[in-house]
Design a protein. Structure first.
Length: 64
């Protein structure tokens, strides 16, 4: 899925994000708004993951 499509389908993906990354608040999810760089930054911040791991998580999310 390309980034434009993801931003357009963000409302549908929000549930998956909340389900898998429970430390992200509703405000965090709203701020991400389907943008890859925002997702990566928030996952790194809240979970202490590496950038590479956060990118892998984004790819898992967007492949479904």
């Amino acid at each position: 899925m390309n980034d434009d499509i993801i931003e357009g389908n963000w409302k549908q993906l929000k549930g998956k994000v909340r389900e898998h990354w429970g430390k992200l608040t509703d405000d965090d999810v709203d701020e991400i708004a389907g943008r890859r760089d925002h997702f990566i930054g928030k996952v790194q911040e809240k979970y202490g993951t590496t950038k590479e791991d956060a990118i892998k998580e984004w790819e898992k999310l967007t492949k479904s």
